[in-house]
Ligand binder design. Structure first.
Ligand code: SF4
Ligand code: SF4
Ligand code: FES
Length: 561
């Protein structure tokens, strides 16, 4: 593979790579604002300027400039290298690039920083981006001095509502056009553009429109400064108090990779951010998914229910044993409902209990009903693990819940054990059919029709409270990591299944996730995903400066995990 040298370090590059892309792949951070690996090249911020040596046999490209000579007390003509934008310049074999090691580059970066901050309101303490702002980071890394301009700054519109999800502050905007390109290139909705030039430039929404497509939150996500804020997150948390866990979005079958940012002090999730995975979601997530972190805590089932009344798990298990006491009489009378909302671990536990111990033959799958999809990321299947259930149940081929309701209406089953709370069928019809059962035990994270109809309900941890594996629509098994502490009486779903099995007299001996993984077939669970941690925008390689609020999991103090 051909190579270039950056500050003397030889790195390979691929066809059509720009210097910054090759550097990014090699983990070398060249400072940048407008460049993003998932967007086209705009080359307008000039923060990525580097010194490029001339091709063999060619003279260096130089500029004539005047430089202040303190001894002569006058400007004197000198030559300096013509710096090149690393985001735009294509690599050629043997190219010699100076980045950190060039005094000309250091001077240019400092000057770009000063220019960008000339009119910028330096009120970081009240800015929502503080702690994860590229201007702050680069000021510290490349400038470290005040601006020379003393005049009043140019004032521009503040707190402009772009749409239902985004608020814009033109004074903080560095006009990098990342947000404009996200709308054009990712959302395919060119609703943003730039008005005016120079220090009057600002982002505007097309006349008669709002910023209201399925990917509006990606504009805020790529904004390197505090100009775009999300209505949902703005001013709710300071990022240095937040920790992050590697999650898989539960919003649909695409299974986008995300960081779940949460505050360990109040055990509360605050936002999702996309986590780079080129095979699944690249650098992006949809709005519906971005806001779905709330479901980790909203609408939860937090205590056991016996006959609809609050109980404790131990009593509920005794009641479940009583409710299911005749289940051995005729195993064809048992229906088992797996859940496309639950992890492979939970589904495997229930499948094993049902198939191996109870002798059940009929399996169904519950989940949320179909919804809107698109040809970008969003799948109409609003469940994160439909393929996982099919994988776990294998030859038992779980059938749609509508067939269960139909069969129950005809009195086919006396008992049912269900995972999950959602049903993608008419709730009234489902309730009428479920009421014919002698015993329905439901293990669920949230309230819903399967919980409301259950004789006994057991509260399971949400995906954010346990490690779990999910299989996305492409068949990729992905791991979502625990972020939050268990809420209320909730316990991991697989653990509740194990406890239920033991209450019924079976040797469901798994007591830890490792026990479950040992029992699961290879390829049905995933260990913690490899990948970059703690990256605010998915576009900076890990460098010496770790962004605030994104402490890698391995560095978390024990007390905070
Ligand atoms: S709002 Fe943010 S992303 Fe958009 S042009 Fe301004 S600085 Fe760039
Ligand atoms: S496309 Fe699906 S998985 Fe991805 S963010 Fe949206 S809802 Fe979540
Ligand atoms: S990153 Fe903005 S000019 Fe290269």
């Amino acid at each position: 593979m051909p190579t270039i040298k950056i500050d003397g370090r030889e790195i390979p590059f691929e066809k059509d790579d720009t210097i910054i892309r090759a550097a990014h792949r090699a983990g070398i951070d060249i400072p940048h604002y407008c460049w993003h690996p998932g967007l086209s090249v705009a080359a307008n911020c000039r923060m990525c300027l580097v010194e490029v040596g001339p091709p063999p046999g060619r003279p260096p490209m130089e500029l004539d400039i005047l430089r202040w000579d303190a001894e002569k007390h006058d400007y004197v003509p000198v030559k300096k290298p013509k710096l090149q934008p690393a985001c735009q310049m294509t690599c050629t074999p043997g190219m010699e690039v100076l980045s950190e090691s060039s005094p000309h580059v250091a001077e240019a970066r400092s000057a770009v920083q000063e220019l960008l901050l000339l009119n910028h309101p330096v009120d970081c303490p009240i800015c929502d981006q503080a702690g994860e702002c590229r201007l702050q980071d680069y000021w510290l890394e490349h400038q470290r001095k005040g601006k020379r301009m003393q005049q009043e700054v140019v004032h521009k519109p503040k707190a402009v509502v772009f749409g239902p999800t985004i608020v814009y502050d033109a004074e903080r905007c560095i006009v990098c056009t990342r947000c404009v390109r996200v709308c054009e290139e990712i959302a395919k909705d060119p609703v943003l553009s730039i008005r005016e030039r120079g220090n009057l430039g600002e982002v505007v929404v097309a006349p008669g429109r709002q910023l209201d497509n399925n990917y509006t939150l990606m504009t805020e996500h790529v904004c390197p400064v505090g100009a775009l804020t999300s209505s949902d997150f703005r001013f709710k948390a300071r990022v240095w108090f937040l920790r992050n866990a590697r999650a898989v979005c539960q919003g649909c079958a695409t299974g986008c990779n995300a960081f779940l940012d949460y505050d360990p002090r109040n055990n509360t999730p605050y936002r999702y951010r996309p986590r780079e995975n080129l095979a699944v979601n690249k650098y992006w997530m949809c709005d519906e998914g971005m806001l779905s972190y709330k479901r980790a805590v909203e609408g939860r089932l937090l205590s056991a229910l016996v006959g609809g009344d609050d109980s404790v798990i131990a009593d509920a298990l005794v009641a479940a044993k009583d409710q299911l006491k005749n289940h051995r009489d005729d195993t064809s009378k048992i229906a088992v409902v797996l859940s496309a909302q639950h992890s492979n671990e939970d589904n495997f536990a229930l499948y094993t209990l049902a198939k191996t111990y109870l002798g059940a033959k009929d399996f169904y799958v519950s989940g949320r009903p179909l919804g809107p999809g698109d040809d970008i990321l969003m799948s109409p299947d609003k469940n994160p693990n439909t393929r996982g259930v099919i994988q776990i149940a294998g030859e038992s081929a779980p059938r749609p819940i509508a067939e269960l309701i139909d069969a129950m209406g005809k009195g086919k089953y006396a008992f049912a054990i269900a995972l999950g709370s959602d049903l993608e069928v008419d709730e009234g019809e489902a309730r009428a059919a479920l009421s014919k059962l002698k015993g329905l035990v439901t293990i669920a994270t949230h309230d819903g029709p399967l919980v409301e109809s259950a004789h006994i309900a057991l509260p399971a941890c949400s995906w954010a409270e346990v490690d779990g594996s999910y299989v996305n629509r492409q068949g990729i098994v992905q791991r979502s990591d625990k972020a939050l502490r268990w809420r209320g009486d909730a316990r991991p779903g697989w653990d509740l299944v194990g406890q239920l099995g033991r209450a019924l007299g079976y040797a469901t001996s798994w007591k830890s996730l490792a026990d479950i993984h040992k029992a699961m077939p290879p390829g049905t669970y995933a260990m913690s995903p490899a990948g970059l941690m703690g990256m605010p925008s998915g576009d900076r390689p890990p460098g010496p400066l770790q962004p605030s609020g994104t402490i890698p999991a391995e560095k978390k103090p024990e007390a905070l995990t």
